[in-house]
Write a protein that binds this ligand. Structure first.
Ligand SMILES: NC(=O)c1ccc[n+]([C@@H]2O[C@H](COP(=O)([O-])OP(=O)(O)OC[C@H]3O[C@@H](n4cnc5c(N)ncnc54)[C@H](OP(=O)(O)O)[C@@H]3O)[C@@H](O)[C@H]2O)c1
Length: 259
């Protein structure tokens, strides 16, 4: 077993029945992790991800849960623990590009902005708080949050993307500090634009096409990320080679966020 292998690890990826989460789940499994593929509504997508993993010789199962709902998340964690073992790696991917409030800041009411922020905060923090007791008891655990460049890279019409990520990023910092002594680590992958169905829809909408094209043109690498490039970053971060990292924010943005 090489150090970068994920053999023997149990991973739960929230919202991995489609989109970037599905690619992350496949990549973690390809590197040897047993993977719980969480979905909210995408049952067929989750089943397809599990089938792909099993056909490639890996271990996975699909588990339905709304990540914002405590009872549903607690039941999911219990099921993952029973079927695969205690969770070593929790990837917070749920809530995505498709659900984001789009347009200029003043297009949205305060209520809409606050509701979106609370929903996305819960979709990350409910799974974290439910997974933590087992991680602290075992004195091992790793949480990886999938964030976005928009809190740091301010662009027109980006508030709906940025706002929900900010409180989760704050929590990742405080949890890294306070749970370090329990050997539970918290790291964040800060993604730039990723090739995705939602991005393709945006580029086919004449009202936003030009803005999106200009945005992509100014990315130093001149292109959006492939979802596999995000999944590789998560998988490398999850491996034992980088075991001394916690509280890290890793931009995977083609140079579009230089910190
Ligand atoms: N796409 C991009 O360009 C981009 C850029 C930067 C960062 N990101 C980040 O990357 C992550 C994935 O993005 P994406 O483009 O793949 O998003 P997406 O296509 O909108 O997919 C969102 C995923 O989250 C799940 N989800 C949403 N709410 C949920 C809930 N309450 N409980 C459980 N699952 C829930 C959905 O599950 P169901 O379908 O089962 O409901 C779906 O699998 C997100 O955190 C996003 O902010 C994306």
């Amino acid at each position: 077993m090489t150090k970068s292998s994920l053999d023997g690890k149990v991973a739960l990826v929230t919202g991995s029945g489609r989109g970037v989460g599905a690619v992350i789940a496949r990549e973690l499994a390809r590197r040897g992790a047993a993977v719980a593929v969480n979905y909210r509504g995408s049952a067929a997508g989750a089943a397809a991800v599990v089938q792909d993993i099993e056909q490639a010789g890996g271990r996975a199962f699909a588990v339905q849960a709304d990540a914002t709902d405590q009872a549903s998340v607690e039941a999911m964690i219990a099921e993952v623990t029973e079927r695969l073992g205690p969770i070593d790696l929790l990837v917070l991917n749920a809530t995505g590009f498709a659900d984001v409030l789009r347009g200029p800041a003043t297009k949205h009411s305060v209520e809409q902005l606050a509701d979106s922020m609370v929903a996305q905060f819960k979709a990350s923090m409910v799974p974290v708080y439910a997974a933590l007791p087992s991680m602290t008891a075992r004195r091992t655990g790793h949480v990886i949050y999938i964030s976005d460049t928009f809190p740091r890279k301010v662009v027109h019409s980006g508030l709906g993307h940025a706002l929900p990520k900010v409180p989760v990023e704050a929590a990742m910092k405080y949890l890294a500090l306070e749970l370090g002594p329990d050997n539970v680590r918290f790291n964040t992958v800060v993604c730039g634009a990723i090739r995705s169905a939602a991005l393709e829809r945006a580029t086919s909408d004449p009202a936003v096409t030009q803005k999106v094209k200009e945005y992509i043109a100014q990315i130093p690498l001149g292109r959006v990320a492939e979802p596999e490039e995000i999944a590789n970053a998560v998988a490398v971060l999850a491996g034992d080679d980088l075991s001394y990292l916690t509280g890290v924010f890793l931009p995977v943005a083609g140079g579009n966020l230089i910190i």
